[in-house]
Design a protein around this ligand. Structure first.
Ligand code: GLY
Length: 388
């Protein structure tokens, strides 16, 4: 059921039932040119009010213009600022610059901040929205596959933080807030302009969802994704709408059950499948990995660990390798540092709780589980699997 806003027959909607602030994720083609109508339906287009658009500097001018014109047509005054979408933008200084622009534009408490871009823009602008005037509504308009299926949904926002000069002192997403969006608009026409590598990087999060989706309403997601990979990589709009719809539905079910990632049974922590390994290598200088590529390698490592620990069928690592390869994602990497350095980086990860590492392992048949305190030897099996 829809709570309002324009709806065309090809559009899909997922309702994210978080306590106190349920919201919709709309998935379709051309949605950005209806952004103003959506703001109106949410009561955020009062006469004379203001909207602020934080957008990815690499987006085509036409995409930013479509969003801006739509919001202006709804009668709002619009200010905007671009964000350079690299990890360096998830910093205190970039946050401060955005907050200064918001304040200079006289943005008020009930006025929307629109995050138009990939995960970096969504994380930074979402966090600014969480703290500016103690919280303003944020509309997430993801423009990458990765942010459509994962980052824009569920309210996680934040920035990275360095606690010292060393490489292992740079901590991803250390500072942030849960700030659920008022609406997510996933306009699949925006992924047409993505570089191939960046587009494929988003498929890694879909494969991750397929390895845990059976407990969240979609037991066949991995099978469907594997059998539709040709049309997915060809960016067929109808296939992408279906892919995003199914992935967002899984993510919404996970988030509904454990919004703040507190469940001892796994819950939202399951979404970190592949990320303990992935985060340890994602920001290493010289490796030049995109987030989804690091996740792909992390999925391979976690699945190999799981098989070595007899938690999943022995054939699962080969199945995961086959689907990652079909998606054009890496499954091995040259230039990894020695295991002791990788283990030290994992120990710093935010998935460490009470001093113990929580590793997520796939079990096969679309299920995953949390394992506490795996031994160094068990983790090393994973690193060995992806070391070329
Ligand atoms: N991307 C993992 C989460 O939203 O919890």
């Amino acid at each position: 059921m829809s709570s309002g806003g324009p709806q065309r027959p090809t559009d899909r909607t997922v309702r994210v039932e978080v306590p106190g602030q349920p919201y919709e994720v709309r998935i379709g083609s051309g949605l950005l040119s209806q952004l103003g109508e959506f703001l109106n339906s949410l009561g955020l287009a009062r006469p004379g009010s203001h909207a602020f658009i934080a957008y990815d500097s690499r987006l085509p001018d036409a995409t930013v213009a479509a969003a801006r014109q739509s919001v202006e047509s709804a009668g709002l005054r619009v200010s905007s600022a671009f964000v350079v979408a690299d990890e360096a933008s998830k910093s205190i200084s970039a946050l401060e610059a955005l907050l200064v622009r918001l304040a200079q534009s006289r943005h008020e408490r009930r006025e929307p901040l629109i995050a138009l871009g990939g995960g970096i823009v969504g994380d930074l602008a979402g966090f600014a929205a969480a703290i500016y005037r103690r919280g303003v509504p944020v509309i997430q308009c993801p423009t990458t596959l990765l942010s459509m299926v994962d980052a824009s949904v569920g309210g996680k926002t934040g920035i990275n933080f360095a606690i010292g000069p060393g490489e292992s002192d740079f901590l991803k997403n250390l500072i942030g807030a849960f700030h659920q969006p008022a609406l997510v608009l996933a306009d699949v026409s925006t992924v047409a302009s993505l570089p191939d590598r960046q587009f494929r990087s988003g498929i890694a999060e879909c494969i991750k969802h397929g390895l845990l989706s059976a407990d969240f309403g979609d037991p066949d997601l991995l099978g469907w994704t594997t059998s539709h990979m040709e049309t997915i990589v060809a960016r067929d709009a109808a296939t992408l709408i279906e892919l995003i719809h199914r992935n967002v539905a899984v993510k919404a079910a996970v988030v509904k059950g454990d919004e703040r990632e507190l469940s001892p049974a796994g819950g939202r922590a399951l979404l970190n499948l592949g990320h303990s390994f992935g985060h340890a290598i994602e920001t290493l200088p010289g490796l030049d990995l995109l987030h989804g590529e690091a996740v792909a390698l992390g999925l391979m490592a976690a699945t190999t660990c799981s098989a070595a620990m007899n938690r999943c069928p022995k054939a699962l690592p080969d199945e995961v390798k086959a689907v990652l390869t079909k998606a054009g994602l890496p499954t091995q990497l040259q230039g990894l540092p020695p295991d002791d350095q990788l283990l030290a980086r994992m120990a710093h990860d935010k998935k460490v709780e009470g001093g113990s590492l929580r590793l997520i392992l796939p079990l096969g048949t679309g299920r995953s589980m949390v394992v506490r305190d795996p031994s160094a030897a068990q983790i090393q099996v994973g690193w060995a699997a992806i070391r070329a």
